[in-house]
Design a protein around this ligand. Structure first.
Ligand SMILES: *[C@@H]1O[C@H](CO)[C@@H](O)[C@H](O)[C@H]1NC(C)=O
Ligand SMILES: *[C@@H]1O[C@H](CO)[C@@H](O)[C@H](O)[C@H]1NC(C)=O
Ligand SMILES: *[C@@H]1O[C@H](CO)[C@@H](O)[C@H](O)[C@H]1NC(C)=O
Ligand SMILES: *[C@@H]1O[C@H](CO)[C@@H](O)[C@H](O)[C@H]1NC(C)=O
Ligand SMILES: *[C@@H]1O[C@H](CO)[C@@H](O)[C@H](O)[C@H]1NC(C)=O
Length: 287
């Protein structure tokens, strides 16, 4: 499969499921072109369309200020896997499983991202190497901020388990995110602006699933095309100089075979069918 067309009424949800953020990450994780056309209803938090190639977003639009729509144009490869910039397959836990974990912080604490209880540890210095674990998932982060801001807090977080009250979708998430305020009790709450730029970051995790979507979301809900990449060993790293101010850098994993509805999956004929159905199921279930 090369290209997926995805018309949607997608309600944005920070920190991981804002349309442009998740759709662009999905295209990278699945290594396909994704043309996502979202409805534009600002009052319902529905905005954000884009044309996303496997290696990078081509063009996107996010607008919470006006009610007017927009047509997006971009050229995409018909067969991206034949193009020289087609990304290599990623072994998502290769790096994380082979390194010696950084000393786990004594200051790990629990916190909620909507109803999911994450384990967090603070990025309390302007640079460092951190590990935080939850059950079998360990997330590693190396980072260096351009400048540590006194009024902003960031945490590294790990979550593995069935998501939300409905307990249907199995998530595995490693995330570096900005807390709503400098108060660590607000980590995981929605925040749309940031001032902290990163000179470098490298995020990885001991994922049990091969479906991992790399997300980088910047201040005021912007993507960061061309400024990060995923290495074959599963590290999500920045490139081409310091980042713009960051809201979140995440590896968002979906372990479809651990979903509570997996057994009711209607078709089982081939791997391709299975992939298609589970990803579509996932998209619909999230809504
Ligand atoms: C839209 O998002 C804001 C901020 O996250 C939230 O407070 C509000 O309830 C959302 N609106 C709807 C209709 O869900
Ligand atoms: C980490 O997460 C697990 C599972 O939710 C929880 O039992 C444990 O208490 C958490 N650790 C800390 C330090 O919050
Ligand atoms: C993080 O680890 C790397 C090697 O893995 C080391 O070069 C670097 O100095 C460490 N940074 C900090 C702030 O400890
Ligand atoms: C934090 O401080 C910076 C200046 O260092 C300022 O630009 C920014 O608005 C402040 N943010 C908050 C949330 O107060
Ligand atoms: C469906 O596919 C899975 C994974 O390929 C396999 O383990 C399972 O036995 C299949 N189920 C049926 C009913 O064919």
């Amino acid at each position: 499969m090369d290209t997926i067309l995805f018309p949607t009424a997608w309600m944005n949800f920070l920190p991981f499921l804002t349309a442009i953020e998740f759709h662009s990450a999905w295209a990278m994780g699945m290594r396909v072109n994704l043309l996502a056309a979202n409805t534009h209803k600002v009052g319902q938090n529905m905005t954000g369309s884009g044309i996303y190639a496997p290696h990078s977003p081509k063009v996107y639009h996010y607008d919470m200020k006006t009610e007017s729509g927009k047509i997006l144009f971009s050229e995409v490869d018909t067969h991206p896997r034949m193009s020289p910039d087609y990304p290599a397959a990623v072994n998502w836990n290769a790096y994380a499983k082979t390194i010696k974990p950084f000393p786990v912080q004594k200051t790990t604490f629990g916190g909620f991202v909507s109803r999911d209880e994450f384990n967090f540890t603070e990025l309390f210095k302007n640079s460092g190497n951190l590990t935080v674990c939850q059950k079998e998932l360990c997330c590693h982060l190396s980072y260096r901020m351009v400048e540590k801001k006194e009024n902003e807090s960031y945490v590294l977080g790990a979550f593995t388990g069935l998501h939300s009250r409905r307990q249907r979708e199995y998530w595995q998430v490693c995330t570096m995110l900005k807390c709503k305020t400098a108060d660590l009790k607000t980590c995981g709450q929605a925040v749309e602006t940031a001032a902290t730029r990163f000179e470098m970051f490298s995020l990885s995790g001991t994922f049990g699933t091969e479906y991992v979507f790399p997300e980088v979301l910047l201040s005021e809900i912007n993507l960061s095309p061309g400024k990060f990449e995923v290495l074959k060993d599963g590290r999500l790293i920045n490139k081409n100089g310091p980042s713009e101010p960051i809201l979140t850098v995440s590896l968002f994993g979906r372990w479809y075979t651990k979903d509570a509805v997996h057994n009711s999956c209607p078709t089982n004929n081939s791997a391709v069918n299975y992939l298609l159905i589970s990803t579509l199921l996932m998209i619909y279930k999230i809504l």
